[in-house]
Design a protein around this ligand. Structure first.
Ligand code: TXA
Ligand code: MG
Length: 328
């Protein structure tokens, strides 16, 4: 094929996840570089979880404050628990039930985990992702990968390779394209380093399902500045345009420049509507949420985005948490 003269050389760092691309990714990771990686929740910005240079690079690329610790990703539970100091029964039961999958467990860490990964905290966040490309890479790399969502700090999380590309451009040498993320919201983060389990972030595994396994879980309240889990920061997942959370459709102005992030059956709308699940299915809504928010944010016709809270159950809890932060 002749090179296209209208495109700069190497304009596209997005690659299909072929065996060659996986090998290239491993090579880059071994050099301490960071890459875009699909997971079932959102795309991650992945680097060698045991290499402080790679960890520093993640913070730099994301423009993320150093007090915000990273999640370490592993191929399986045995590898994950290997870096934890004590593993409570609850952690083993949850791993058994939900790994690989969108659940992150915070446990006391062993010395092998660099301080930069945990922002100096004595505990570490562990996750075993289910996405086949993440699994293939973790097995080929044969070590933990630190991976925050592949957006710049505070912005909307990317749920497909193109969104990563738009967010990070050429700053990363490689973005593995694993298609659209099936879950669409980040993993549920559960603190298990003390006897009473605490939900630090609602996410891809509904709280009800976790409580079925380990009993009642305390829900940590969002906080203003130095939180226990910085993912609790109030302003996060922010679109550039103002987002208003309203309690009924009647509060959404019928104007051409209004964007409506809708859920469930809705009547015609004069502005731009992105319906994340016309049938009112919360799993489908989660899968479409960030893409729809990004699409309204990027639409030049839209000046203000409106949304209503979703039913506060199942994945609705995770979506509402992100809506509230997006509304600031
Ligand atoms: O689904 C996900 O979890 C995605 C994909 C890429 O795996 N990753 C992700 O990472 O969302 P990030 O960095 O955007 O969010 C990690 C969350 C943050 O809220 C962080 O504060 C919390 O996990 N966290 C990480 N380590 C922690 C620790 N030691 N103690 C408390 N919270 C921690
Ligand atoms: Mg994030």
């Amino acid at each position: 094929m002749k090179p296209d003269p209208t495109r700069p050389a190497q304009a596209n760092n997005v690659a299909a996840p072929s065996p060659e691309a996986i090998l290239r990714a491993v090579e880059l990771l071994r050099q301490g570089q960071v890459i875009g990686l699909p997971t079932e929740t959102v795309y991650g910005l992945a680097g060698d979880g045991l290499n402080p240079i790679a960890l520093a690079r993640i913070f730099e690329v994301k423009q993320r404050p150093l007090f915000d610790p990273l999640i370490l990703h592993f191929a399986d539970a045995a590898a994950a628990f290997d870096v934890a100091e004590q593993i409570p029964t609850s952690a083993r039961e949850l791993a058994q039930r939900f790994w690989p999958g969108p659940l992150t467990l915070v446990l006391p860490k062993k010395g092998i985990v660099p301080d930069l990964a945990t922002s100096g905290l004595p505990h570490v966040a562990l996750r075993v992702p289910a996405h086949p490309v993440a699994q293939a890479l973790l097995r080929a790399f044969n070590g933990p990968l630190a991976a925050p969502s592949a957006n710049r700090f505070g912005r909307i999380s990317p749920t497909d390779a193109q969104a990563v590309r738009i967010e990070l451009g050429e700053v990363v040498p490689l973005i593995l394209d694993g298609g659209a993320c099936a879950v669409g919201v980040e993993s549920t983060v559960l603190f298990l380093a003390e006897p009473q389990p605490v939900l630090l972030r609602a996410g891809g595994i509904p709280l009800e399902e976790i409580e079925e396994v380990i009993g009642p879980v305390r829900h940590a309240a969002p906080v203003e500045d130095r939180p226990q889990s910085p993912g609790q920061l109030k302003h996060h997942y922010a679109p550039r345009k103002p987002l208003w959370l309203v309690l009924s459709a009647a509060q959404i102005p019928s104007r051409a420049d209004a964007g409506w992030l809708a859920f469930g059956p809705q009547a015609e709308f004069l502005g731009r509507m992105e319906n994340i699940s016309p049938t009112g299915n919360l799993r489908e809504a989660a899968a479409n949420f960030f893409r729809a928010l990004r699409s309204l944010d990027d639409d030049p016709r839209v000046n203000t985005i409106y949304a209503m809270p979703l039913p506060a159950e199942g994945l609705g809890l995770a979506i509402n948490e992100r809506l509230e932060r997006a509304a600031g």
